[in-house]
Design a protein around this ligand. Structure first.
Ligand code: NDP
Length: 327
């Protein structure tokens, strides 16, 4: 058995937290030979609820759970952590302006970035789930000047999984038959789910479906899936979001399958014409714990326009939070 690693989860008493912690403790994220110590952060009023979650975690008697730290102090939560899943965020309330939302999240993610900078392991892997995830990740990154900027990522894996699921249903195949789907850009309705390089059972995906379905059905369904789930369930997706967070971290820790890639929100580096300065969804492969952008994909005019539109939205979000960056 390996030595335990420390995994921080913020918003740990929330809906996604409740669907996430038990699977991390069961070994779904880092493997059946990797013990974990969970570091759970909540705001002070949620600490009693968090205590209940801790009691349930203990009552599962998970063989891989080597300890639990429950706190409302960000410096305690991020002390020596190897992984950090930043789930807690300020949801947009009724009548809330975009500016207010960005400010409220700045107040959460700037101190969290600083605390990671001061206390986390130097190779910490940070995944931001709380929305607006890409820009919250950027705020945290920009407040952590001593950490490698590549430590900070955002979740587009749920969109990636939703794309696999839609395409599998349409083609009558299983999601495991599908490879090389990409989600470009922001985890928002401007994201671009790209099937131009995807293959289903070894055949090009776009040779199996018609262009009208791709443009008018598939893309909007993936983009608006979150809203459809709220309508059907009366609550936002939680288990699928938690599952995607597990997938994102497992891939980052254990690597991608040969001949396939996944989508991750990562710092743009100029690849595919997306200038540095935003956290952008890219196709990546992972080996030995390091992710790399898949290079050399052909981008047609249809894709270019959509990749630039989601980039534009991210630059606008960035402009609204730049005053929160550490000088
Ligand atoms: P959830 O656990 O349902 O959601 C948490 C965040 O994940 C939200 O920002 C939500 O965005 C986001 N999210 C990203 N992708 C998805 C998706 N596909 N489906 C649903 N949500 C998604 O929220 P709860 O309100 O149940 O729990 C939040 C918890 O966080 C609370 O317990 C609160 O106390 C805590 N919190 C903790 C903080 C901290 O630790 N410092 C700070 C702020 C809050 P969206 O709003 O767009 O759905």
């Amino acid at each position: 058995m390996k030595a335990p690693v420390r995994v921080a989860v913020t918003g740990a008493a929330g809906q996604i937290g409740y669907a996430l912690l038990f699977r991390i403790a069961a070994g779904d994220m880092l493997g059946p030979d990797q013990p974990v110590i969970l570091h759970l952060l909540e705001i002070t009023p949620a600490l009693p609820a968090l205590q209940g979650v801790v009691m349930e975690l203990n009552d599962c008697a998970f063989p891989l759970l080597a300890g639990v730290v429950a706190t409302d102090d960000v410096n305690v939560a991020f002390k020596d952590v190897d992984y950090a899943l930043l789930v807690g965020a300020r949801p947009r309330g009724p009548g809330m302006e975009r500016k207010d939302l960005l400010e409220a999240n700045g107040a959460i993610f700037a101190p969290q970035g600083k605390a990671l900078n001061d206390h986390a392991k130097r190779d910490v892997r940070v995944l931001v789930v709380g929305n607006p995830a890409n820009t919250n990740s950027l705020i945290a990154q920009q407040n952590a000047p001593d950490l490698d900027p590549k430590c900070f990522t955002a979740m587009v894996r749920l969109d990636h999984n939703r794309a696999l699921s839609q395409l599998a249903e349409k083609t009558g195949k299983h999601t495991t038959d599908i490879k090389k789907v990409t989600i470009w850009g922001n985890h928002s309705s401007t994201q671009y789910p790209d099937l131009h390089h995807a293959v289903v059972g070894g055949k090009p995906a776009l040779s199996l479906v018609d262009q009208t379905w791709y443009e008018k059905d598939f893309i909007p369904t993936v983009q608006q899936r979150g809203a459809a789930i709220i309508k059907a369930r009366g609550a936002s997706s939680a288990a699928s979001a938690a599952s995607a967070a597990i997938d994102h971290m497992r891939t980052w820790a254990l690597g991608t399958a040969e001949g396939d890639w996944v989508s991750m929100g990562i710092p743009s580096d100029g690849s595919y014409g997306i200038q540095p300065g935003v956290i952008y969804g890219y196709p990546v492969t992972v080996k030995n714990g390091k992710y790399e952008i898949v290079q050399g994909l052909e981008i047609n005019d249809f894709s270019r326009a959509r990749m630039d539109a989601t980039d534009k939205e991210l630059r606008e979000e960035r402009a609204g939070v730049e005053h929160l960056f550490a000088k």
